[in-house]
Ligand binder design. Structure first.
Ligand SMILES: C[S@@+](CC[C@H](N)C(=O)[O-])C[C@H]1O[C@@H](n2cnc3c(N)ncnc32)[C@H](O)[C@@H]1O
Length: 456
């Protein structure tokens, strides 16, 4: 740990020297990352700590050229290489069952299937669930997809309208928009849902590159408008359909006995996983505390796939997810009246540290951060409890999560998650620090991303 500890120490010093007065203001409430790591080691000496920067190659970008994984670019996904390595590390074999309660675009499910391992995937997002569903539907003959593509005619004018609640005119040039509508119309006209789903994936993949938007990782307008050729939508669509056909051929030939895959478009906080005590391992990554609004950032795809028809519907979906900082104030107000689920001193500590900052910091977006923080860990507790019930004794978990900085208060989300896992009944094994990323007013505060290992 020495290298990381030193760099964190330097970092904390640099952070505060660049923000004169800040330390005086919140110093008494603040513990730095190193202090938390130190205290965690004293409390849980059985847990090993590993500095493995970059060793695992967590990043989804590595999937961009990999068969099946390249169908979608889900920035929040992790890499095939990481999942394959974890499957090996956990010694999972055909006949075993692996679960991902935050399945996203299905990296875990696809990797397991390729290795003949059965899996369960749970994902609440309707649009990303479509991606997951298509990626594990290997029974479809790719020749049928190709012949359906050849039947399509892409001549206008389009007879359908873009989603009403999106700012479509600002997002797309008129001729490009017309092409996109024509493609959507063709996709919608496919009767067989099994075949249609692959075209839906291809359609979704063209939206962002044909728009004036970028996702890096949050969605926003590109400063200098892109000149998009009206030919681009169809070129990209055809290219994606080609990849899908090629990859389906590949897996159907290469994988003799693919694993089965049960997927559910539900809330993993509430869902009763049927296979009680049968799950051999969990490999997953939840939303990170306060970091990413999945609904807002994928509203382009959600809207165009008709998975939400208004901002109100987007809000409802967001409120059901494991918490992000764009959830509605009404939901948080209601939540604050409920009895506490978790009683963990570090959660009390960080919420107490954040509270005075809400008055001191100018221009903050909301005044309920302490409840947001509490709800995040309550949500995680509920998912971990469901996982625990579904797992067999000895079953192992790899949980990828980053820590956070909220209103200049450092929150060791990874270590607190370990404490929550212990409260559920898991045995803590190891914290492996894999990546660092920058945060804070001047982007000088270094946060980490960890892989947490625990077992039943
Ligand atoms: C970090 S991403 C997982 C990405 C995934 N590992 C992959 O490779 O694509 C977290 C996912 O959790 C989903 N999610 C959030 N709250 C959920 C809930 N309550 N139940 C199920 N899924 C949820 C989000 O929609 C998001 O897709």
């Amino acid at each position: 740990m020495t290298v990381l500890q030193n760099s964190l120490r330097e970092n904390v010093a640099r952070f505060y020297s660049g923000n004169r007065g800040l330390w005086d203001e919140i110093g008494s409430h603040f513990k730095d990352p190193e202090t938390y790591l130190h205290e965690f080691k004293l409390r849980y000496p059985e847990v090993s700590m590993d500095l493995a920067l970059g060793r695992r190659g967590l990043n989804f970008a590595l999937n961009k050229t990999r068969p099946m994984h390249r169908w979608s670019s889900y920035l929040e996904g992790f890499s095939e290489a990481f999942v394959d390595e974890t499957i090996k590390q956990f010694r999972l074999k055909p006949g075993n069952l692996v679960l991902d309660p935050f399945a996203g675009s299905g990296t875990v499910n696809v990797c397991a299937k390729m290795q003949g391992i059965d899996s369960i995937g749970i994902e609440i997002g309707p649009t990303v669930f479509r991606i997951l569903n298509a990626k594990v539907s290997w029974h479809t003959d790719p020749k049928e997809i190709l012949s359906k593509f050849k039947e399509m005619t892409f001549s206008g004018p389009a007879r359908i309208q873009p989603p009403v609640f999106l700012d479509t005119e600002r997002q797309f040039q008129p001729q490009v928009l017309e092409r996109i509508l024509i493609i959507k119309e063709q996709v919608q006209s496919i009767q067989d849902p099994e075949i249609r789903q692959f075209f839906e994936i291809a359609f979704m993949s063209i939206l962002l590159p044909c728009s004036n938007l970028k996702r890096s990782p949050s969605i926003g307008y590109i400063r200098e408008k892109r000149e998009v050729s009206p030919m681009l939508p169809l070129c990209l669509f055809e290219e994606k359909v080609g990849q899908i056909v090629e990859d389906l051929h590949y897996v159907r030939e290469k994988v003799e006995k693919p694993g089965t895959c049960d997927i559910y478009n539900v809330d993993s906080k509430e869902f009763e996983i049927g296979n009680l005590h049968k799950v051999d391992a969990v490999i997953t990554s939840p939303p990170y505390l306060n970091s990413f609004d999945y609904v807002g950032n994928y509203k382009l795809e959600i809207g165009w796939m008709d998975d939400a028809e208004s901002t109100g519907e987007l809000r409802e979906l967001r409120d059901r997810m494991v918490l992000c900082d764009n959830v509605s104030r009404t939901m948080i107000r209601e939540y604050s009246t409920k009895p506490r689920i978790l009683d963990i001193d570090w959660i009390d500590y960080v919420t107490a540290a954040v509270r005075p900052r809400m008055k001191e910091r100018l221009g903050i977006r909301r005044s309920d951060y302490p409840i947001l923080i509490r709800k995040y860990f309550d949500d995680i507790f509920q998912v971990l409890t469901k996982m625990y019930e579904a797992m067999r004794k000895g079953g192992e978990v790899a949980w990828v999560v980053g820590d956070s900085l909220i209103l200049d208060v450092y929150i060791p989300t990874d270590l607190i998650t370990m404490i929550v896992a212990k409260a559920v009944g898991f045995q803590l094994v190891r914290v492996e620090i894999d990546r660092v990323r920058r945060s804070g007013i001047r982007r000088t505060f270094i946060l980490r991303e960890s892989i947490l290992y625990f077992k039943k």
